[in-house]
Design a protein around this ligand. Structure first.
Ligand code: Z5A
Length: 214
C-alpha cells in the first residue's frame, strides 16, 4: 500500500519566543484533524540524539569549540532523521519539530560566524534534499525573548550567551525567511498569546486547505 508522504513542519526562533508554548497549541490543533503526528525536537528526539543534546546544552570544564558544536548538531540530526523523522514521514505521519536546520544556520552560522558553505555541505550530507515543508519563525525582539526565559533560573550553555549573540541569531532567522519565503513564514510573537495563536491558526488553515486536509 502506498502512503502520501507526511507533512514536515518546524518551529523556530530565539530563546523565549514561545516555541514550546505554541507547539503544544499546534499539536492540539493538528490532532483535531485526525492526523497521525510525531512531535519532536532538535537537538534530540532519539536516545542518542538526546545524549548529544545534553552535551551541547551543558556547561563543561573545557570550552566546546565551534566546529565540534556544529558537528554534534548534525550528528544528532542524522540520528534523529534516520531513526525517527524519515520513518514517520514515510508512514504518512506528519512531523512537528521544535527547531531543525534553520537553527543551525541561525546559531552556528549567524551566531558563531561559521561558514554557511560548510553548513550547507553538512546539510546535504545528512539530509540530502529533505527540508521542512513549512517553517514557522516566531519572532520577538531579543530583549523580550531573554526577559521571558531569564525568569527561569539557571541558564544553559546557549542561554548564557550575550544579547549580541541572540541579535545575530535573530537576523539569521530573518535571512532564512527572506531567502525561502515559500517555506518560511514569520509570526509576530511579540503579541498576546491569543493573538500569536490566531495568526498561527490562519496560517495552518491555509496550508491544510491547500493540501485538502480541511
Ligand atoms: N541549537 C543550535 O545551536 N543549533 C541547532 O541546529 C539546533 C539547536 C537545532 C536548544 O534549544 C538549544 O539548541 C537552543 C539552540 C541550540 N538554544 N538555547 N537555549 P531549545 O529550543 O530546547 O531551547 P530554547 O530555545 O531555550 O527554548 P525555550 O527557552 O524553552 O523557549 P521557547 O520554547 O521558545 O519559549 P516557551 O518556553 O514557550 O516560552 C517562554 C516563556 O514565555 C514562558 O513562560 C511562556 O509562558 C512565555 N510566553 C510565551 N509566549 C508568550 C507571549 N506571546 N506573551 C507573553 N509570554 C509568553
Amino acid at each position: 500500500m502506498s502512503h502520501k508522504r507526511g507533512l514536515f513542519i518546524s518551529v523556530e526562533g530565539i530563546e523565549g519566543v514561545g516555541k514550546s508554548t505554541n507547539i503544544e497549541f499546534i499539536e492540539n490543533y493538528l490532532r483535531q484533524t485526525g492526523q497521525s503526528l510525531l512531535v519532536t525536537r532538535e537537538p534530540g528526539g532519539t536516545e542518542i540524539a538526546e545524549q548529544i543534546r545534553d552535551l551541547l546544552l551543558s556547561h563543561h570544564n573545557e570550552p566546546l569549540c565551534e566546529e565540534a558544536e556544529l558537528l554534534l548538531v548534525f550528528a544528532a540530526r542524522a540520528q534523529h532523521l534516520n531513526l525517527s523523522i524519515l520513518p514517520a514521514l514515510d508512514r504518512g505521519d506528519w512531523v512537528l519539530c521544535d527547531r531543525f536546520t534553520d537553527a543551525t544556520y541561525a546559531y552556528q552560522g549567524a551566531g558563531r560566524n561559521l561558514s554557511v558553505d560548510m553548513i550547507a555541505q553538512l546539510e546535504i550530507m545528512v539530509q540530502g534534499q529533505l527540508r521542512p515543508d513549512l517553517t514557522l519563525v516566531l519572532d520577538v525582539p531579543v530583549e523580550v525573548g531573554l526577559s521571558r526565559v531569564r525568569k527561569r533560573g539557571q541558564a544553559d550553555r546557549f542561554e548564557s550567551e550575550k544579547a549580541e549573540f541572540f541579535e545575530r541569531v535573530r537576523q539569521g532567522y530573518l535571512r532564512s525567511v527572506a531567502d525561502e519565503p515559500e517555506r518560511c513564514v514569520v509570526i509576530d510573537a511579540n503579541q498576546t498569546l491569543a493573538d500569536v495563536q490566531r495568526d498561527i491558526k490562519v496560517l495552518l488553515d491555509q496550508k491544510l486547505s491547500a493540501r485538502g486536509v480541511v
